[in-house]
Design a protein around this ligand. Structure first.
Ligand code: ADP
Ligand code: MG
Length: 631
């Protein structure tokens, strides 16, 4: 690509394929809400002003002739033009080629796939989230000119495009450019001429960008005086009592690029040893990249109202969905990245903010269960990571957590509720982990627990298998997988009261179990009579030590476990089938062997697995059927 800056004839460039595709989508999808383009362009201008303020900390000369950052929106109804100008950092010619001709972000392809799949309205909401903001100008304009002059440079360039596959870029006389910063002129389409009306633009700017920390001015028609639309005062510096819910929501939308309502707003001023202000939000819905391993924290760091960075990791990873900012006067403006990482002030802020967010979630859980569950459904998976990542807050995070259980399969339960309802003699919090709620509900392993009215937590997410094995206890009660070890249910009475002891195992059944052990050999580590089964004939459980069945599957799937432990086959001595086989007079070794192998395969199927050898399985089944039909 030619980027010879001394050449003044504009050069034509072809957009990168992804940009062209994106533009095509912008122009041709009929978004219901085109207003977002204004918010996107204003947010770019505000970013540019903040970047300049930051660079000026080390190079004060950059702003010495013009200190006050501002954004100006100018309307020209007659020529159907809308112009946005800022005195921010500006762009060099190369920067314009890079920023406006390519898409550096990996999120963009994901964005396009989502938009293509989404409904119109969601499409417009997605634009901001994915940061493809600039191109949204082509939703309302058929030609866009960008004139920019980088702060401190004596050259200016003009970028122009009709959004149809190519753009031109060339040098222009600095007299025709802002003294520094960027001027974007939109040549509006016929059906977008409303964006030259003061009333429309004022309404949109105030609603969408009312709390951008740079003042915004409007020039109603060519030659008119600029008047102030918003004063750029940072919302977070105002006292809480003077801020309305709508103002918080607007601010949240601006900072997050999401269009929903925040679920939780945390705004406080810490005084004393460390002074800082925090304004943070728990979003009302899940952002698209919540599980992207590269997703960084989204809390911005300001020092004395100057934006410093948005990757200071101001919150632990398990709060990576929180959006907002911290503004402190305790750090120097020229704080370096290394200083930020190691600063004791930052770790105090991190602690303080984490506590406030968790307490706010606790309060929400107490005051509005329904709203809390919405937050839990969106972010519970991530919050649970904290149970094993943040030892100090483990108990607090466990108390916040909600689970499905056999007691309330359609609803959520907290651990405190679980513990409160524990049966006499019950020592542990029982759980069954798997990948599917319906399958868990039908698992044979929980039958005996259900019969005794003992609640079993049904854990369906991979993260569950990790926290549950890392959490030694909750309120003194340990966690126990019902698919592992012995069930020890004889301590707890059944509701009818009379059978608290283990089921009687007859001599015949014992003989059958001994036979099964021999017949199954290496396939299992043990065969034993079960006290956890009431309806099913058999089930598989993991040996007492090591991972439970689900964790084992996860580790194997991730290639982190070479060989699975051999399971234990548990047999229900009361089951008619077992009684029949055990008591049968047939002294046919081959038949008994088929029966035992089939029982093991049945247990595998109940666990969501497949018979180990499908062919041998069908042959055995055929033999047993045939024999039954022969009578
Ligand atoms: P994002 O803002 O998420 O980076 P955009 O598509 O909105 O994505 O903008 C692309 C890039 O163009 C910005 O990152 C910035 O480098 C550049 N840019 C856009 N508008 C301006 C502006 N007014 N001043 C300086 N740079 C700008
Ligand atoms: Mg942007």
């Amino acid at each position: 690509m030619t980027t010879n800056t001394s050449d003044s004839t504009p050069k034509q460039h072809v957009f990168e394929a992804d940009v062209a595709r994106l533009l095509h989508m912008m122009v041709h999808s009929v978004y219901s809400d085109k207003d977002v383009f204004l918010r996107e362009l204003i947010s770019n201008s505000a970013d540019a002003c903040e970047k300049l303020r930051y660079e000026a900390i080390t190079s004060p000369g950059l702003i010495s002739d013009d200190q006050a950052a501002r954004i100006t929106v100018s309307l020209d109804e007659e020529n159907r033009r809308l112009t946005l100008e800022d005195n921010g950092i500006g762009m060099s010619r190369d920067e314009m080629v890079e920023a406006l001709g390519t898409i550096a972000r990996s999120g963009t392809r994901a964005f396009m796939e989502r938009v293509e799949a989404a409904k119109e309205k969601e499409g417009a909401e997605l634009i901001g989230q994915f940061g493809v903001g600039f191109y949204s100008a082509f939703m309302v304009a058929d030609n866009v000119d960008v004139v920019s002059r980088r702060a401190g440079s004596d050259e200016a360039s003009l970028w122009s495009s009709d959004g149809k596959g190519s753009y031109t870029i060339g040098s222009i006389d600095v007299a025709d450019a802002p003294a520094r910063g960027t001027r974007i002129t939109l040549h509006l389409m016929e059906d977008a001429k409303t964006y030259t009306s003061r009333w429309t633009v004022e309404r949109i700017v105030k609603a969408q960008s009312g709390h951008v920390p740079v003042p915004i001015y409007i020039v109603e028609k060519p030659g008119a005086q600029a008047t102030e639309l918003t004063d750029g005062s940072a919302l977070w510096t105002k006292p809480k009592s003077e801020i309305t819910k709508e103002e918080y929501t607007d601010f949240y939308r601006g900072i997050s690029g999401q269009y929903d309502e925040p679920a939780v707003t945390v705004h406080f001023r810490a005084e004393g040893r460390h002074e800082y202000t925090a304004l943070a939000f728990v979003p009302g819905s899940q952002p698209f990249d919540l599980f992207d391993p590269d997703r960084k924290g989204r809390v911005k760091l300001y020092v004395k109202r100057v934006f410093i960075t948005d990757d200071a990791e101001l919150l632990p990873r398990y709060l990576r969905f929180v959006r907002g900012l911290i503004d402190t006067s305790d750090l120097p403006l020229n704080v370096s990245r290394e200083m930020i990482q190691e600063s004791p002030i930052l770790s105090a802020i991190r602690k303080g903010l984490t506590s406030r967010i968790l307490t706010s979630l606790e309060k929400l859980g107490e005051s509005d269960g329904e709203a809390f569950l919405k937050v839990w459904e969106a972010f519970g998976t991530v919050l649970k990571e904290g149970i094993y990542e943040d030892y100090e807050r483990r108990a607090q995070l466990m108390a916040l957590s909600r689970f499905r259980s056999t007691a309330m399969a359609e609803n959520y339960r907290s651990l405190a509720e679980y513990v409160k309802d524990m049966k006499d003699g019950q020592a542990a919090i029982y759980y069954l982990a798997g990948s599917n709620l319906d399958q868990l509900k039908a698992s044979p392993q929980i039958e005996g627990f259900r019969a005794r009215g003992i609640e079993v937590l049904l854990l369906t997410e991979p993260v569950d298998s990790f926290w549950v094995t890392n959490a030694p206890d909750f309120e003194g009660k340990s966690f126990k997988s019902v698919s592992q070890g012995t069930a020890d249910l004889d301590q707890i009475a059944k509701p009818d009261g009379n059978t608290s002891a283990k089921a009687e195992t007859t001599a015949a059944v014992e003989k059958f179990i001994a036979f099964a052990k021999l017949a199954l050999g290496e396939a299992v580590s043990d065969v034993r009579a079960s006290d956890r089964l009431t309806e099913s004939a058999v089930c598989l459980v993991a040996p007492e030590h090591g991972p439970d069945r689900q964790l084992e599957k996860i580790l194997q799937g991730a290639g982190r476990l070479d060989s699975a432990a051999k399971p234990v086959l548990e047999i229900n001595p009361d089951h008619p089938l077992i009684k029949a086989i055990a008591g049968s007079t047939i002294d046919d070794e081959a038949f008994r062997d088929d029966a035992v192998q089939l029982l093991l395969d049945q247990a595998r199927v109940l666990d969501g697995e497949r018979p180990e050898n499908p062919r041998a399985f069908s042959e055995r089944l055929a033999r047993v059927f045939e024999r039954a039909l022969r009578g």
